[in-house]
Every structure is written in structure tokens, then in C-alpha cells.
Design a protein around this ligand. Structure first.
Ligand code: BTN
Length: 280
């Protein structure tokens, strides 16, 4: 995405509750009104719904459903490095891309997000159903050195607690947790978490942890083999562009707080509160 288009999208996302005139946008972005108009057209071509009302200006329509860094940034807390967040249309697996990024120097706080996955990876070699336009598939690169966690399972606990807290605050729905990494609503799985280690070949020490989170946000159809046990946060598509908001809230929860003993204790307690089948 070119700079003007990306800056326009960020501005429209940030002001999604009001219209901005072409003049106002041009002034804020330091470009001509023609450049704004061209960028609007180009965003529309990408599938964005934009209301262009004479004398009032431009505004994103409420039914937009595109995951983007620009759509996530307005909801991020201070201190989060937005440059480390990447959003893709489709990937084989966000965990695979994150592990490759970890090996190639993408450090702590790197977040890889995809609209869909071709080979979403679940636990025990299983596939994770990852259709387009209705889910959230995200992987974090986390540094074990920065987190005061007793064991690697601490990352799964923190990720599960973050997902539950984010779903509660963004979607207003309470979840439960089935040991060790399934998040449920009304007894059905709406999210799975896969935590993987990237180790130093020589020492065998865990250099990075990749925490992968897959949420069925509003999937309505599931393959035969999981259709009785899987569900979504919403049974129908919500009117708001909720996936960007949810992504931002999970990022805020996992990356803003100092990763100290207090953070771990808080996440463990949020996890324990929701656990339906005993301790980890
Ligand atoms: C499970 O329930 O078995 C774990 C599922 C984990 C799925 C997520 S989706 C994002 C990340 N990328 C993957 O390929 N897997 C994880």
C-alpha cells in the first residue's frame, strides 16, 4: 500500500465515528485533494466501503471487514511498536511465518496476523480450520528472557487469559478454558492456542517462543469432523469491524504490561478463574 493510501486508511479508521472532508484530510496528510480522491478510489478498489457525502466528506462504512495494520493501530496502547505488526491476506501458517521471522531477526513483540491460513496448524499434528473473512489468526514472537514465567506453558496461560479478557472487553462475551489451550463459549471451542519454541541448535536453549492464537470470530460453517464441537464468538457477522479491535486488544494485553511476576500472577489468576477441568 502506498504512503498516502495507508495514511488515509489510518486516518479514516481512527475517525470511524465521523466524516472527514477532503480538505481536512488533504491538510492532515500534507497532500492535494486530488491525491486524497485517488487514494479513496484505490481503497474502494481494495474492497473498503467508504461513504462519500457531499459537503461532509469521507467516512468508512460500518460493514467494513478488512484486517489491516491501519485498522489495528488506532486501538493500540502507548508503547506498542506498530512497525512490528504485519497483516497478510493469506499465509500457510502464521506460526510458520513467525518462526521464520524469529530466525531471521524479527525480535520480541513481532506479531504476524493473517485473514486466512492454507495450512493452519493445531496441536498434535492436527490442522486448524482457518477460513477467510471471519477469523483471527495471529502469532507473537516473545522472548523467554523478558518473561518471568516458571515454564514454557506460562506463555499458553498468558495467551489464553489475554484472549478471554479481550473477548470479554471487545465482544462482551465470557469464555471458559479447557485445559490446556482451548477457549470455549457455551461448551464449544471458539479458539485454539499453539505455543512453539524456537531453539538454538547448539545449546538447545529456547531462544524465542511463538504463541499462535486462532479465533473463530464469526465463522458460520465448520467441516463435518468439528461441526459438533466448534463454534464462534458471534454466530452472525457483527456490524462493527471487530477483528481489528480484537487483535489490538490481545496485543495490548500481551505486550504492554511489564512481563514480571505480577503480570504472570494476574494472567494465571484470570486463567484459573475460567478453567473448567482442573489445574494445568
Ligand atoms: C489447537 O487448538 O490445536 C491449536 C490451534 C492453534 C491455531 C493457531 S491459528 C494462528 C497460529 N498459526 C497456526 O498455524 N496455528 C496457530
Amino acid at each position: 500500500m502506498n504512503n498516502t493510501k495507508s495514511a488515509l486508511l489510518a486516518l479514516l479508521e481512527k475517525n470511524s465515528d465521523k466524516s472527514l472532508s477532503g480538505e481536512e484530510i488533504a491538510g492532515q496528510l500534507g497532500v492535494s485533494r486530488t491525491a486524497v480522491w485517488k487514494a479513496v478510489k484505490s481503497l474502494e478498489k481494495d474492497g473498503y466501503g467508504i461513504n462519500a457525502v457531499q459537503n461532509r466528506g469521507y467516512r468508512l462504512t460500518e460493514d467494513n471487514n478488512i484486517l489491516s495494520v491501519e485498522g489495528i493501530i488506532p486501538y493500540l496502547k502507548d508503547g506498542i511498536c506498530a512497525e512490528k505488526i504485519s497483516v497478510y491476506g493469506s499465509l500457510d501458517s502464521t506460526n510458520k511465518t513467525a518462526k521464520e521471522a524469529a530466525i531471521n531477526g524479527g525480535g520480541h513483540g513481532t506479531v504476524i496476523i493473517a485473514d486466512s491460513q492454507n495450512f493452519g496448524k493445531g496441536r498434535n499434528g492436527k490442522a486448524f480450520f482457518s477460513p477467510p473473512l471471519c477469523g483471527l489468526y495471529m502469532s507473537f514472537i516473545l522472548s523467554p528472557e523478558l518473561y518471568n514465567f516458571p515454564e514454557i506453558t506460562g506463555f499458553t496461560v498468558a495467551a489464553a487469559a489475554a484472549v478471554c479478557l479481550a473477548i470479554k472487553s471487545v465482544c462482551g462475551v465470557e469464555c471458559s478454558i479447557k485445559r490446556v489451550n482451548d477457549i470455549l463459549i457455551d461448551g464449544k471451542k471458539i479458539c485454539g492456542i499453539l505455543t512453539e519454541a524456537v531453539s538454538d541448535l547448539e545449546s538447545g536453549a529456547t531462544e524465542w517462543v511463538v504463541a499462535g492464537i486462532g479465533i473463530n470470530v464469526f465463522a458460520s460453517e465448520f467441516p463435518e469432523e468439528i461441526k459438533n464441537v466448534a463454534s464462534s464468538v458471534f454466530l452472525n457477522k457483527p456490524s462493527k469491524n471487530i477483528r481489528n479491535l480484537l487483535a489490538a486488544e490481545i496485543i495490548n494485553l500481551l505486550l504492554t504490561a511489564p512481563a514480571d511476576a505480577e503480570f504472570y500472577a494476574r494472567m494465571q489468576s484470570e486463567y484459573d478463574k475460567r478453567l473448567i477441568n482442573g489445574g494445568i
